[in-house]
Design a protein around this ligand. Structure first.
Ligand SMILES: Cc1cc2nc3c(=O)[nH]c(=O)nc-3n(C[C@H](O)[C@H](O)[C@H](O)COP(=O)(O)OP(=O)(O)OC[C@H]3O[C@@H](n4cnc5c(N)ncnc54)[C@H](O)[C@@H]3O)c2cc1C
Length: 385
């Protein structure tokens, strides 16, 4: 058993840590308060090759292995969960489905512009009446000549207002068993315009815009279907099964940042004439936090290992990836909550940032499948054994 990272993996992690420390950390609080998309930092991440980490070099990407991508994602989440959301959308939610299902022609057309960050991407699945159950989606795509015409509304789309390439799901018909036939499309906003609707005012993660997207007679060239007609669920599920590891890593990153801050604060803050670390009530809390963190990290690494060994469609990988996302996101809520507690009143103030991590952790339990949906996935697999 070898838990050591390769030199290349350490190099990617270090590059992200350096960038986060030098460029992001000094402006991180300002970014969140401004509630604006950080274009300049996004371009800098692109220049470092972070937008196409998972994309092979032949399509202009960095050709990193999946763990290297996760390590970068985790480092970014320690400093700005918003920037890590952009990284996740570009790599995990847009590049991966295109790599997995696109034709060679589509890969050559879209992967280089995603890898260079020339166009940002978004993943448009959720609708007002279709969240955990995407089969309930109302968006339709109707074939008219050499185009698919999309009509419908998507909600809660990360980077919806800034993205130019959207992977969009729509009903293209009905199966013989009466269930909807769902297909996925690559929609280039410059060619097939769609509108941004409501920009959500959220609990946290403010420098990552979450928006409604409105498709009104949006005509998409027929060759932009991703996979075959009816492959939509397969595209979504394979993307989300891997994407869960990205959320697990973001959870570990932000919880690590909260833990580090809590430990530093507990060492420096004195009450009753002693540093807080000398009270067992606090030092045991820190012990539980780091144990929780390492357990989440190990589960996530095991899921990555299963992905490499058995592939994306393997049921054990799917279950363990769901376990990693479930455990890491709930761990992040526990650890960030304890970090606020250790800071006392200071923890409730924005300057110390632990309250920001606490709010961000809550999101991790919801995106890319809620904790309940992860439990559904895990129990379905377990009960088949
Ligand atoms: C900030 C943010 C960013 C997001 N980004 C994206 C994005 O980029 N692209 C995208 O497509 N979507 C995105 N989403 C949507 C997100 O994936 C959904 O919110 C999530 O999947 C849950 O769907 P829902 O909100 O409709 O909740 P619902 O599905 O209505 O669930 C409500 C509650 O019921 C529970 N529940 C539902 N079904 C079951 C069941 N079978 N058993 C037990 N409990 C159940 C849920 O766990 C939850 O607790 C984002 C959401 C947020 C908040």
């Amino acid at each position: 058993m070898d838990f050591a990272l390769t030199e290349t993996q350490m190099m990617f992690q270090q590059a992200a840590a350096d960038f986060a420390r030098q460029e992001v950390d000094p402006v991180a609080i300002k970014l969140e308060n401004a509630k604006e998309f950080p274009w300049e930092l996004t371009q800098k991440m692109a220049a470092l090759g972070f937008m196409g980490l998972v994309i092979p070099e032949q399509y202009g990407g960095a050709g990193a292995d999946y763990l290297s991508y996760l390590l970068v994602e985790g480092e970014m989440a320690k400093t700005s969960i918003s920037l890590s959301m952009t990284l996740g959308a570009q790599n995990s939610l847009v590049a991966l489905p295109i790599m997995g299902f696109a034709s060679e022609e589509q890969k050559q057309k879209y992967l280089p512009i995603i890898a260079s960050g020339e166009k940002l991407g978004c993943f448009a699945l959720t609708e007002p009446n279709a969240g955990s159950d995407p089969a309930g989606m109302a968006t339709t795509a109707v074939k008219k000549g050499d185009k698919w015409v999309i009509n419908g509304t998507k909600i809660y789309i990360t980077n919806g207002s800034v993205a130019k390439i959207a992977v969009v799901w729509a009903r293209t018909g009905t199966r013989s068993d009466g269930k909807p036939l769902i297909s996925a499309f690559i929609v280039d906003r410059d060619v097939s315009p769609f509108k941004t609707g409501t920009v959500e005012d959220k609990m946290g993660v403010h420098a990552s815009p979450t928006t409604e997207l409105i498709f009104e007679d949006c005509a998409v060239p027929a060759e932009n279907m991703l996979g075959k007609e009816g492959d939509g669920f397969k595209v979504a599920l394979l993307t989300l099964n891997t994407g869960r590891l990205s959320v697990a890593t973001q959870s570990i990153g932000l919880a690590t940042a909260a833990y580090d801050r809590a430990k530093k604060f507990a060492r420096e803050r004195k009450q009753f004439g002693k540093p807080l670390t000398e009270f067992q009530g606090i030092s045991f809390k820190l012990a539980d936090m780091i144990t929780d963190l390492n357990a989440a990290r190990m589960l996530t690494y095991r899921a990555v290992w299963l992905k490499e060994m058995k592939g994306l469609s393997d049921p054990e990988f799917i279950s363990v990836a769901a376990q990693a996302k479930l455990f890491a996101s709930e761990m992040a809520s526990r650890v960030t909550s304890d970090a606020v507690q250790i800071h006392g009143g200071y923890g409730y103030m924005k300057d110390y940032r632990v309250e920001e991590f606490f709010r961000a952790a809550r999101l991790m339990e919801i995106v890319e499948g809620t904790s309940e949906i992860q439990r559904l996935t895990i129990s379905t697999w377990e009960l088949k054994q």
